[in-house]
Design a protein around this ligand. Structure first.
Ligand code: FCB
Length: 477
């Protein structure tokens, strides 16, 4: 089924949205004429938010006692980041958080999900706590509350203290204790003000790319390290959940998983099997142990080796009963059988297939979000889902203070339609957060790919609301 057929079949979009492909977003702004749904269709308690992370937006990498993170270190390695860029300054959220929170408010969002930088709080990874680091996040939280925006904290969005990486990082079992110490500090400190918490952002991304593909910090390519990091992060995540539960009265405790809709390139048996294995790694590897189901070794036999890493009691430590699961969706993945060890599957890229894609070559495939919400919803142990990240990078051009990001608006319309379709079919999805409020530093891509609803001129650090920001302002009014 092609995209247009799917849109038709959803019944939500009807002709309006297809028409909207033809009409410029400009005409649509402020009218919503071409949309067949309104905010109220999602329900009055549905959460509308934006999401960002510390390393990608704060800057101030060495101010006020902050310790060095793995990304501060890695971004200085030759060839690690496109054009040799780093996030020393990024969007300068550290100094401009007030303006950014006011912008979030002006777009009518009610939730701001941001992450805390571990090395800003505990500069040496363990031990002394930085009073200045603690104070900074109090100011961010207080500003949110004073603007009527709910702060949602992610504890770990990939900026590990470098000093801990030098002792093996996530591949050293000691990470469980290091992480627990950090979570104790942060959850106790902000317990009185913050009720909504996410323990870890996308284990697969930072562990797969950091320890196996080598494109993220720390830049390793070692299967052994990858396996250890998987297991220790699974335990750390659930232990983190338990600590928040203990320290924060009435906490809403969640965590987030990256997800992609995996399909075989064709219906040949070997490719169908390859897609199943890829799906197990990309979508099941972390959620299943978290739900007490263990690793998906039935589909990927190599994962039987994980047992070698188990210590007594691990099986009890691996699961945690999260209040919600954050689903983060960007693209579809098409798989073909291959000789690659382990997964024995390879990706046929969006570029190879000649399908619509974003500036990072991820396929734009809104129905994938619908499928992935259905997929997570089918696990009995999951109580509540929130789309904690969704967004896209398109070639933004700033002209006379405006950015006419028509493609991004279309992306949101299509993906919101997918969420609504799932919700109408009974999927327990209760929120949608846009990645990201402002443009920021996009990991290995540096500043090339922009995801913001607000454009950042990285020379002047001035902010300009894009048409997509104006679109949300109107939609969420
Ligand atoms: C997600 C990450 C987030 C951002 C977006 C584009 O996978 O969680 O930090 O990079 O992709």
């Amino acid at each position: 089924m092609n995209r247009r057929e799917w849109l038709k079949r959803t019944g939500i979009l009807g002709t309006g949205l297809i028409l909207s492909n033809l009409v410029s977003a400009h005409t649509l702004l402020f009218t919503n004429r071409a949309l067949d749904f309104v905010k109220e269709d999602f329900g009055k308690d549905f959460l509308w938010g934006v999401a960002s992370s510390a390393y990608q937006s704060e800057g101030a990498w060495n101010l006020d006692n902050k310790g060095e993170s793995t990304w501060d270190y890695f971004s200085r390695k030759k060839g690690a980041i496109e054009r040799g860029e780093n996030a020393d300054v990024a969007a300068d959220f550290y100094h401009r958080y007030e303006e950014d929170i006011e912008l979030i408010k002006s777009m009518n969002f009610k939730v701001f999900r941001f992450s805390i930088s571990w090395p800003r709080i505990i500069p040496s990874g363990t031990g002394d706590v930085s009073a200045k680091g603690i104070k900074f996040y109090h100011k961010v939280i207080d500003k949110c509350i004073s603007e009527g925006i709910e702060p949602w904290i992610t504890l770990y969005h990939w900026d590990l203290p470098q000093i801990l990486e030098e002792q093996g990082g996530w591949a050293n079992r000691k990470i469980i204790d290091w992480f627990k110490e950090y979570v104790e500090v942060v959850s106790k400190e902000y317990a009185g003000k913050v009720k909504n918490w996410m323990v870890i952002n996308e284990q697969l991304s930072f562990i797969g790319n950091g320890y196996m593909n080598g494109i993220f910090a720390p830049g390793d390519k070692k299967l052994g390290k990858f396996m250890k990091a998987v297991h220790y992060s699974v335990i750390s995540q659930s232990e983190g959940g338990r600590i928040i539960r203990k320290n924060v009265p009435n906490a809403n405790v969640g965590t987030t998983f990256v997800t992609t809709y995996v399909e075989p390139i064709n219906q040949e048996k070997k490719n169908i099997e390859a897609a199943k294995r890829m799906d197990a790694i990309m979508n099941r590897l972390f959620i299943e142990p978290c739900l007490g189901l263990g690793y998906p070794e039935d589909t990927v036999p190599m994962l039987k080796k994980m047992k070698k890493l188990y210590e007594k009691g691990d099986e009890e430590l691996m699961p945690f009963d999260f209040d919600f699961i954050g689903v983060q969706y960007y693209f579809r993945t098409v798989a073909q059988s291959s000789i690659m060890p382990g997964m024995r599957a390879k990706e046929i890229t969006a570029e190879q297939r000649g399908v619509p894609r974003n500036e990072m070559n991820g396929e734009i495939y809104p129905e994938g979000l619908y499928h992935q919400l259905k997929f997570f919803d089918s696990y009995k142990g999951i109580k509540n889902l929130i789309v904690t990240e969704n967004g896209t990078c398109v070639p933004d051009v700033l002209e006379n203070g405006r950015v006419h990001d028509t493609l991004r608006i279309q992306y949101f319309k299509d993906h919101l339609a997918a969420v609504l379709k799932a919700k109408r079919e009974g999927v327990k999805v209760s929120g949608y957060f846009v990645w990201s409020p402002t443009d920021n530093f996009e990991w290995d891509k540096g500043y090339r790919t922009r995801f913001g609803l607000v454009y950042v001129d990285f020379q002047t650090l001035n902010r300009y609301m894009k048409d997509s920001g104006f679109w949300f302002k109107e939609f969420l009014k």
